[in-house]
Every structure is written in C-alpha cells, then in structure tokens.
Design a protein around this ligand. Structure first.
Ligand code: FAD
Ligand code: NAG
Ligand code: NAG
Ligand code: NAG
Length: 492
C-alpha cells in the first residue's frame, strides 16, 4: 500500500465541534493531498518523528529536507591531505549510560551501527589538560566544578542567571585563567555565557543529562571518530523504515499556509505540497529569521515564545599541519585577556582520536563566533596562527596544509548551532514553543525540549513525542495531551 488516505481533516469530530468556522481562502475543491503528514527537516527530530509515525501505523508521511542528505546538524566534511572525516556539528554523545540505568537513546542507536566512539571523561582530574603557563589552574578547575554543582541547589524561587548561581556558590573569576576555566565548564556546553543563561534551566540540563541519581544518563561522554560520519547512526536507523518515496531532498520550504482544510507547503522551486498536518522541525534560528513564513502569521503567543528563546553559536575551527608541534594531551586551554578568545584547543592528532592526522581544532562560541563569521577565511586563519605563536613561542610553525570553519549563523537552513535557555524564558513560554497551532502546524526540535534543549537526545525525545501526538491526532482525534495541548497557561 503506497499511499494510505486518511479521513480528511475537516471530517474529524474536532472540526465539527470547534467554532467559529473561518471562511477558507482556498477553492472549495481542495487539491489531492500529497500526504497526511508533511515533516519539514530530516535531522534527528524529523527522522525519529517519522519512525514513530511509521511504528504507529501512519505511513502516509512525506519528509521535506533542504539538504541532499539525512542528518541536519549532524554534518561532516572530508578534510586535509588524507581526507579525514571531521564533524562540523554534533560530535559527542553527552551522558551515555551508567550500569543498568536509563540509556541515552543516541548511545543505543550508535551501538546499533557499531559507531566508532571514544570515551571522553568529563572528570577533569582524569582527563589531562595542559594549561599554558598556569599549572595552578588545576586547583581552579576543581573549585569551579565543585561550585558548579552548587548550582543544583537551585532554590524554588524565581529564576536568576547562572552567573548569580555561580556567584552564590562562591565562584567569582577574576583572572584570564579563571575565566578560561569557567568558559570550558560553562560556555562550551551552553554556547553562551553564565550571564546570558538561566540558572534553573542549566541546572536541569546538567541534572537530567549527566546525573544518574537525578534520572540522567551519567557522566560518560562518547566522541564519534567514525570515518563514515557521526550521522551514520541516524541514516542507519532511517533505512529500517523509510522508503525512498517518503523523502524529498534538496527541497527548501519557503512558506506554510494553514487553513481549516489543511496545510499547503510551498517550496523554493515553486512546487506546492498539500497535507492535513505539518511538523516543523527546522531550527529555532530558522524560525526566528523568518526563513519559513506562515500564512496566516503565527499567533502572538507563538511568536513571543520563538523570539524569547535563544539560538547560540558554537564554531569549530580546523587546521592541518605537516607535523605536530603542540601539546601531547587531548586538549589544552589558552587564557587570553579577552574572555572567549580562542580558549579551548583539542588535538585530534592523538592516540585516542585520529593519530598522525596533523589536525588541531580550536572552538569559539556566540559573540566571538559572530565576529569571525563576518571575517574572511584568510583573516581568521592569520589571527588564529598569531595565537598559536603566543602559545608555542619556541615552535617554528609551518604553513597550514588545510584550514576550515563552518558559518552556522549565516546558513539559512540553520541560523545558529543550538538553543540556550535565557533567564527571561518562562516554563509557560516553553509550553508555547512546543504547542501546535490549530492542531495542524506542529513544532518539535532540540529547542522545544525542556529537559535536554541543545542536545541530540533532546531532538530525539521531541521527535518521538511529536510523532505520538500527531499519530493520535490522525487516527483517533486530537487530544490535548502532555505538552501538546493548547497553551492555556500562558501569562500575558
Ligand atoms: C557545531 C555544533 C555542535 C554540536 N555539538 C553537539 C554535541 O556534541 N552533542 C549533542 O548532543 N548535540 C550537539 N549539537 C546539537 C545537535 O546537533 C542538535 O541538537 C540536533 O542535531 C538538532 O536536531 P533537529 O532535528 O532538532 O534539528 P536539525 O538537525 O537542524 O534538523 C532540521 C532540518 O531541517 C532542514 N531545514 C531547515 N530549514 C529548512 C527549510 N526551509 N526547508 C527544508 N528543510 C529545512 C535542515 O537542513 C535540517 O536538516 C551541536 C550542534 C552544532 C551546530
Ligand atoms: C503532490 O500532489 C500533486 C497533486 O496530486 C502532484 O501533482 C505532485 O506531483 C505531488 N508532489 C509530490 C512531490 O509528490
Ligand atoms: C538537581 O539535582 C539536585 C540533587 O543533586 C537537586 O537538589 C536539585 O533540586 C536539582 N535541580 C533541579 C533544577 O532540578
Ligand atoms: C486520547 O483520547 C482517547 C479518546 O478520548 C482516549 O482513549 C485516550 O486515552 C487519549 N489519549 C491520551 C494520551 O490522552
């Protein structure tokens, strides 16, 4: 059975009971539906939503993806003289599994396809960092991790910034070295500063992902070095259920029109697709920048929620050299006078990762990412080389063989890297961010996850929840269940 036609939306009991009836701008004969459900995006959220629909017997869906492949923010390139596969986006499974405790679903999918991963210990005492010029920084790291866990004692009062939480936990960095360590522990995870981040939400993030005693998956972090690409776990899973006619590649959506009769999804190519439901899994950044427009405009409770959450940027900068002249540890910190200026360095040319690759990586985030995205490649390369000359004054640094960094915020299919929860974002707004509009235009993605925003596993669980809710709606009438109800708790 190739296409299963379900009862059109307007025959559902929900429609008959609802009022007022809005007159439709569409012709009375509505075009044949291309699918019951159109899913926009073939990232983790879209693929897991599709799998959930298929498991629930709703095979009449169509995934519309702007790129040429499955994966979304799981993206890799072939880099350097020996064409090593490097991850431009997600690279780590944060929180794997502890004993028989709950497992991170991404960890299970990775095991299904024998993904080549390396364990990266979060405990900084066992994961050796070389801290340039500042050996005493080890003590500071320990103090910071200790005080960071003090965050978790978040009291039941109104939210404040993570900076307030850290300060109350007696972490008050004054030196470049202390700021670099704080950056490593905080900004590297949330892509923004403690000042920009919610105290409570960042404590949830750390509880639910890393703390096995709080329902989290545990402290283990697995890094993919798989030469098939990290996205293999997702494409392998897709092969178990997805037929080629259920996905359109290279198809960018520019507009979604929704009426009582259903939804019309317009592509850049001029083509239009019709369905009863649409699940929008594009990133928060794409929504914030109106890369997809809605007709009629989204209601103000939805617009407010979209713009109240933040999209952060996390940028990896890769170099390849003919010989290794840097540290022998897996990573190192550089403490510049300016916070966030090329602080975290990782050696992929390491026995644990990609030995003899000659590859060195440095990461920057948010404001600093925006800054370098607006510079030319050459300007960024020269600037980073000048930092290396400060870090390795004795070394005769050869000209790099290869250099690359992705511009996540300039890419209209992403407009940033992953979301971060700001202080001003309330749980009511979070409900509104995930709630469907007219139970026809559904939203899911890493940014709609309360417990795991930002992470791959957040995208996984949101895709699953949206798939369940839509399947129920398609098959048995639309329920107001879980967080997919009307946003009636919104305080205006
Ligand atoms: C640099 C970076 C590092 C990260 N590191 C980690 C990590 O180590 N661990 C971790 O857990 N998470 C990490 N993340 C976050 C993780 O990648 C995301 O949480 C997750 O991939 C989001 O999945 P998604 O399906 O919600 O969104 P996406 O992957 O963004 O999927 C949405 C899809 O929609 C498509 N799309 C967008 N606009 C349109 C349009 N107009 N028409 C058609 N299609 C469109 C996109 O091409 C994309 O394929 C990282 C992200 C980045 C960018
Ligand atoms: C969508 O449906 C229309 C009308 O039946 C059809 O002409 C078009 O080819 C379909 N598009 C796709 C991508 O299936
Ligand atoms: C996180 O876990 C700690 C216990 O380790 C608990 O006291 C705290 O309330 C939790 N924080 C949140 C925000 O859930
Ligand atoms: C949805 O509604 C049906 C019918 O009223 C009910 O049997 C079912 O339990 C509901 N599901 C949820 C998740 O509320």
């Amino acid at each position: 059975m190739l296409v299963r036609f379900v009862a059109p939306f307007f025959f559902s009991s929900w429609f008959l009971l609802s009022s007022p009836v809005v007159s439709s701008p569409l012709p009375p004969f509505y075009p044949a539906k291309n699918a019951s459900v159109i899913i926009i995006g073939a990232g983790v959220t879209g693929i897991i939503a599709a799998r959930t629909l298929a498991q629930r017997g709703v095979s009449d869906f169509l995934i519309v993806e702007g790129r040429e492949e499955i994966g979304g923010r799981l993206q890799d390139i072939q880099f350097g003289t020996n064409s090593v596969t490097l991850e431009l986006g997600a690279n780590w499974i944060h929180g794997t599994q502890e004993g028989e405790g709950p497992a991170n679903p991404i960890w299970l999918l990775a095991q299904n396809c024998q993904l080549d991963t390396r364990n990266v210990e979060y405990d900084l005492s066992t994961h050796t960092f070389e801290f340039f010029q500042y050996p005493h920084i080890y003590a500071d790291v320990h103090a910071a991790t200790y005080d960071y866990s003090g965050l978790r004692m978040a009291r039941n009062q109104e939210d404040m910034s993570a900076r307030t939480g850290l300060s109350l936990s007696k972490w008050r960095p004054h030196t470049p070295q202390e700021r670099a360590v704080e950056y490593l522990l905080f900004d590297q995870e949330y892509s923004q500063t403690p000042d920009e981040s919610s105290w409570f939400a960042s404590a949830w993030g750390s509880n639910y992902t890393y703390d096995a005693t709080q329902g989290g998956f545990g402290g283990g972090i697995a890094m993919s070095v798989d030469q098939r690409g990290f996205k293999t776990f997702l494409s392998t899973e897709a092969e178990t259920f997805l037929r080629p006619d259920q996905i359109l590649y290279n198809s960018v959506v520019k507009q979604i029109e929704y009426t009582n009769l259903g939804v019309e999804v317009q592509l850049n190519s001029g083509e239009a697709l019709f369905a009863d439901h649409v699940l929008v899994t594009v990133s928060l950044g794409v929504l914030q920048n109106d890369e997809v427009t809605f007709v009629p405009e989204l209601p103000s409770w939805k617009e407010d929620a979209i713009h109240a959450m933040t999209m952060g940027i996390y940028t990896k900068i890769f170099f390849q050299f003919s010989r290794k002249f840097w540290f022998d540890t897996a990573a190192a910190l550089y403490a510049d006078h300016e916070r966030g200026r090329y602080p975290v360095w990782q050696s992929l040319d390491h026995i644990e990762f990609l030995p003899n690759s000659g590859i060195l990586m440095v990461t920057v985030t948010n404001d600093f990412s925006e800054r370098i995205e607006s510079m030319t490649d050459e300007e960024v390369r020269e600037e980073v080389l000048s930092i290396m000359r400060i870090m390795f004054p004795e070394a005769d640094i050869p000209a790099p063989l290869a250099f690359f960094f992705p511009r996540w915020s300039q890419d209209p299919l992403f407009r940033g890297s992953y979301s971060n929860w700001p202080v001003s974002f309330s749980t009511e707004r979070q409900n509104a961010l995930r709630a469907p509009v007219d139970r026809k235009v559904w939203f899911a993605g890493e940014a709609t996850s309360r417990k795991y925003f930002g992470y791959l596993h957040g995208a996984y669980f949101e895709g699953q929840k949206a798939g369940l809710a839509i399947a129920e709606c398609v098959q048995g009438g639309c329920n107001t269940s879980d967080h997919y109800g009307e946003p009636d708790q919104i305080i205006m």
